[in-house]
Design a binder for this molecule. Structure first.
Ligand SMILES: [Zn+2]
Length: 325
């Protein structure tokens, strides 16, 4: 993946590409931002760019160096991930040892530490020593949820690269350009926080089926009430969608939010855009507050399932509660 392929994150990209353009790459970077914002993809793309034979401001994706990174077997790129809950001092020592060997190629070595905020204090102190005085041309990329999540001593020796939560529209475009159906992509990006998780969701058969069931239940719940519980039983609880009832409810909240979008003149934001005619016709049948309450009720039911309430009970109560009355 090139840096350009990482969706959004304009600020992070320009910071890194300015450094590349000026030939002023720092010894250590802290990629700080929420999970799912593309920090790891950007770290790998940046490393690939630094190794790339073309030496441009983005990876070419074709040269031998790029291909080694893409195949996960570049000898001078080291990845450290938390061992269990933390990054431990033994891992940092091991890394230090790897870095002390001569690099395979002519250039620098790069290491990426995921979950840098989980470093134990001894691990962080050990890392500090070689963050300060890299023995050879080394670039460190630390990944953490925020600048405050790492020790100040580490922060002060790193260049901060801020990542913002993924913008749903940019994530959607990225998935569509990969060939995912637009309607599924649009729904998925609103239920997850990043590209990888949205992609995973959009590939599931049950996800597309759940979307259809939400449309059916949503429409039925606005008209023939007695049918809706029967539909839920047949379409959800007698199928393997049952184990995804929490996602179904979160999707239901998006359905109600679409009503609110219509009432507030934001039709372009509608997630169920294939149902826009129906939604436009029915949105005005209830008050804004009533849709809001229904939306909240769906999210509450999803939370109840996470708290181990029986899914069928939670969904049925939601269907009854979210009915106007
Ligand atoms: Zn290349």
């Amino acid at each position: 993946m090139s840096m350009q392929d990482v969706p959004g994150q304009r600020r992070a990209k320009s910071l890194l590409q300015n450094a590349l353009r000026a030939g002023k790459v720092a010894h250590a970077y802290l990629f700080a931002g929420p999970a799912g914002s593309g920090r790891k993809a950007m770290a790998q793309a940046f490393a690939q760019t630094l190794f790339c034979e073309k030496q441009g401001i983005d990876a070419c994706g074709e040269c031998l160096e790029c291909r080694k990174v893409l195949h996960g077997n570049h000898p001078d790129l080291h990845l450290v991930v938390p061992d269990g809950a933390t990054v431990k001092i033994e891992q940092v020592r091991e890394l230090q040892k790897e870095l002390s060997y001569r690099s395979a190629g002519a250039g620098r070595k790069i290491y990426i530490i995921e979950g840098a905020e989980t470093m134990t204090t001894p691990a962080a102190n050990s890392l500090l020593k070689f963050l300060e005085e890299p023995s050879s041309p080394v670039v460190a990329i630390l990944i953490a949820p925020s600048a405050q999540a790492v020790l100040p001593t580490i922060l002060s020796r790193s260049q901060l690269v801020p990542f913002v939560p993924g913008d749903p529209e940019e994530l959607e475009q990225a998935l569509v350009s990969e060939g995912k159906p637009a309607l599924i992509a649009r729904t998925a990006v609103h239920l997850t926080s990043g590209l990888d998780s949205a992609r995973a969701l959009s590939q599931e058969n049950w996800f597309a089926e759940t979307r259809n069931v939400v449309i059916q239940l949503g429409k039925e719940n606005s008209s023939r009430f007695p049918a809706v519980l029967l539909t839920a039983q047949q379409q959800v609880f007698k199928t393997d969608l049952a184990e995804h009832t929490d996602t179904l409810l979160q999707m239901f909240a998006l359905w109600y939010r679409d009503m609110i979008y219509v009432m507030t003149g934001r039709e372009k934001k509608i997630v169920f855009s294939d149902q826009v005619d129906w939604i436009a016709k029915h949105a005005w049948s209830r008050s804004l507050d009533s849709w809001l309450a229904a939306m909240e009720s769906a999210l509450t039911a999803a939370r109840r399932i996470k708290a181990h309430v029986q899914p069928q009970l939670a969904l049925e109560q939601f269907l009854v509660n979210s009915r106007e009355g």
